[in-house]
Design a protein around this ligand. Structure first.
Ligand code: ZN
Length: 305
């Protein structure tokens, strides 16, 4: 696997800290600080950033400032700003701003999670995601489809790989920019990740594959490595390892941007991110959040000096 991973040479990172990272925090981070987080992400090299989610502010109060934040985004031709949306209404809100370059649509593997997370069954969420991609394209933007709870559901447990592969195949028909497999509750292990990434890559024929891991059970980085070895091209990560899902009990943080960057760069795989400003940004974020962040690399001495 190592040889195949190294052959990839470059992995694209998506910084999801401003959205996934902050949505589950007890404190509501001020909009100015979110804008600063995005500026710092651009400084450390992030060129695709999930900036917010256009969801009902009563459901996710931490992201109620979506429109205000989007108005503060730096004007950069070389940065893709992603807005997460769960339905057509959210897509309309996101597309109303010229600054959102890409819509992030989310479908889920189980009716139990879908109903709680977004008021949709699994089938409804896939249909909605495909409609969102069509809306993005009609508006001259790109869109991605994420299959959430791809490695386990917080309510129904095991998720059949056949079901995920089938969803991915159908999602690919909408011609999104990429398909993502998300381990929303951090249940997956490297063996499962390698198998599912391999099967989905085959099923979606040439469409790039993104992965999104949470470190709930400590297998986040190993899962990244397994996915990269099987040909995933893009990895989501959140600065400091913040994150979680308000509708998935006990879900811990995303894999940390600085930890994934260290892992890949030291293995000879370029990420486009620079570790020094990344670690500095993580320390800044720790002061904003006012609690120790789960990430490891930003707590350790710089290596090499
Ligand atoms: Zn997540």
């Amino acid at each position: 696997m190592a040889a195949r991973a190294l052959a990839a040479k470059t992995i694209e990172m998506v910084e999801v800290g401003p959205r996934d990272g902050l949505q589950n925090e007890r404190i509501v981070v001020p909009t100015d600080d979110k804008a600063e987080l995005i500026r710092r992400a651009i400084d450390y090299g992030a060129r695709r950033i999930e900036v917010t989610s256009f969801v009902n502010p009563r459901r996710v109060p931490q992201l109620a400032d979506a429109e205000q934040l989007v108005a503060m985004l730096p004007e950069r031709d070389d940065v893709t700003y992603i807005g997460l949306v769960l339905n057509r209404r959210g897509a309309e809100r996101a597309l109303a701003s010229e600054r959102i370059d890409e819509l992030g649509a989310v479908c889920v593997t189980s009716d139990a999670f879908g109903t709680r997370n977004q008021g949709q069954t699994s089938a409804e969420s896939l249909a909605e995601a495909m409609a969102i991609v069509a809306m993005a394209r009609a508006a001259g933007r790109t869109a991605q489809i994420t299959i959430a709870t791809a490695f386990g559901c917080p309510f129904t447990g095991e998720v059949a790989m056949d079901h995920v592969v089938d969803m991915a195949k159908r999602a690919a028909d909408a011609r999104p920019r990429e398909i993502a497999l998300a381990d929303t509750i951090g249940a997956g292990t490297p063996g499962e990740v390698a198998e599912l990434v391999g099967r989905v890559s085959e099923a979606v024929e040439g469409l790039p594959l993104r992965v999104h891991f949470h470190n709930t059970r400590g297998s986040g980085l190993a899962n990244v490595w397994a996915a990269v070895g099987e040909g995933a091209t893009t990895v989501d990560a959140a600065l400091g390892g913040l994150g979680g899902c308000p509708f998935a009990p006990g879900a811990a943080g995303n894999v940390a941007t600085e930890d994934v960057t260290y892992l890949l760069e030291r293995s000879g795989i370029a990420t486009g991110l620079a570790l020094d400003p990344l670690v500095e940004a993580a320390r800044w974020l720790g002061n904003i959040i006012d609690r120790p962040l789960p990430a490891m690399v930003s707590k350790a001495p710089l290596f090499p000096e």
